[in-house]
Design a protein around this ligand. Structure first.
Ligand code: NAD
Ligand code: IPM
Ligand code: MN
Length: 383
């Protein structure tokens, strides 16, 4: 693997090419730790990776006038995967015009890379049962995944904008829109994933009110005919929000649209104990049979309230690497090894969002040290 300092040249043809975009705020802090963990896998488990570190985000915009260099943007389509931190953070203090954010920010990146499927696993660890706001008998054994449609819906629909009315009022508009192929594509993804899990998809919509959701439900039902082994049910999004808190164990795969998926996944993160725990993977077209274009990032944002303090929980970023071990490097046993190491580390130390009076509170870096120590121990045990 090339070192971060010399990472600009991508040379080894047999290696995986990754672009690392730490982004803004705590994105930089947690991505640095995920990269250290990746370096461990490169050194100890023989994964051959070329890492190219580049700037992206609001901080880059304020410093250079661009979110990302155009040549780097073009190269996002050429690599095996992107490791991403977070976007945003200084937006309120240093506003960036909404149209510039939309044209050049994270959403443009997702759309240009065709990342239609956002996978957000939510796993409640026994280790964290004391810090979950839910009672242990409710949160125990929760293991669900939110499949969020990522490049359609109200995030991208036209018309949109704010207009000045003659009356002196202003009018803000966004459009929730889905077409058949967008629904079918994400439904296929969710059904296929469910086949590798407990075989149960819950499709979430607001079809008691919105036509786009009526279409969503009809198309998901039709497509389900091709998956006789998968159980399908439907929930309105408001009811789903309640059940995530009262009966989260009932969920296996939640299939939903862009906006509902954004909201439900942050809500579901609370089951685990912290938003900082949640990883994600976003997938686009197949690059090779069985391997999709991929973008790995924690679910959380740039967290301006804690940025720069070294206190952010790096688990979301590190567990996103576990998703990369599975999705891009096709090494499920290494993904399990990393998940296990994170669990062991959580039994020994915590970042402050997960503080437990009986355990030491450590920094972002300190927690990653614990993960790497647990990896060393497990590797020693294997070797
Ligand atoms: P946020 O996810 O950044 O933070 C929400 C709360 O969770 C904050 O109190 C924060 O301190 C806490 N938190 C988040 N991650 C944590 C971690 N790893 N460890 C400990 N605590 C953590 O959401 P926000 O504050 O609503 O948004 C801040 C900025 O981030 C905004 O500009 C928003 O648009 C952006 N954002 C970006 C992404 C992304 O890049 N994918 C995701 C969400 C929000
Ligand atoms: C996320 C974030 C983004 C989203 C923002 C930063 C555009 O909240 O990845 O969940 O809404 O998709
Ligand atoms: Mn979000």
């Amino acid at each position: 693997m090339t070192s971060p300092a010399s990472a600009q040249s991508v040379t080894d043809a047999s290696a995986y090419d990754l672009i690392v975009l730490p982004g803004d705020g705590i994105g930089k802090e947690v991505t640095a730790e995920a990269v250290r963990v990746l370096e461990w896998f490169a050194a100890r488990r023989g994964i051959n990776v070329n890492l190219r570190h580049e700037q992206f985000g609001a901080e880059a915009y304020h410093a250079t006038g661009h979110f990302i260099k155009e040549e780097v943007f073009a190269d996002l389509l050429k690599v095996d995967a992107v490791l991403f931190g977070a976007f945003g953070g200084t937006l309120e203090a240093n506003p960036i015009p909404a149209d510039i954010r939309r044209k050049f920010g994270l959403l443009r990146m997702r759309q240009a890379m065709g990342l239609f499927a956002n996978v957000r696993p939510v796993k409640a660890l026994n280790t964290l049962s004391k810090v979950s706001p839910l009672q242990p008998h409710v949160s125990a054994d929760v293991d669900l995944v939110v499949i969020r449609e990522l490049i359609g819906g109200i995030y991208f629909g036209e018309p949109r904008g704010i207009t000045q009315l003659e009356s002196g009022e202003r009018r803000g508009v966004n459009t929730q829109v889905y077409t058949t192929h967008e629904i079918v594509r994400i439904a296929d993804f969710a059904f296929a994933l469910a086949a590798t899990r407990r075989g149960h998809v819950t499709s979430v919509d607001k079809s008691n009110v919105m036509e786009s959701s009526v279409l969503w439900r009809e198309e998901v039902k039709k497509r389900h005919a091709r998956y006789p082994d998968i159980a399908l049910d439907h929930l309105y999004v408001d009811a789903c929000a309640a059940e995530l808190i009262t009966r989260p164990r009932k969920f296996d795969v939640i299939l939903t649209d862009n906006l509902f998926g954004d909201i439900l996944s942050d809500a579901a993160s609370a089951i685990t104990g912290s938003l900082g725990m949640l990883p994600s993977a976003s997938f686009g077209a197949e690059l090779r049979p069985g391997v999709r274009r991929a973008f790995y990032e924690p679910v959380h944002g740039s967290a301006p309230d804690i940025a720069g303090k070294g206190v952010a929980n790096p688990c979301g970023a590190i567990l996103s690497l576990a998703l990369a071990l599975e999705g891009t490097f096709k090494r499920p046993e290494d993904a399990r090894l990393l998940e296990h190491a994170v669990d062991i580390a959580l039994q020994r130390a915590r970042t402050r969002d997960l503080a437990d009076p009986s355990l030491p509170v450590v920094s972002t870096r300190g927690f990653a040290d614990e993960v790497i120590k647990a990896l060393d121990e497990a590797d020693g045990a294997i070797g």
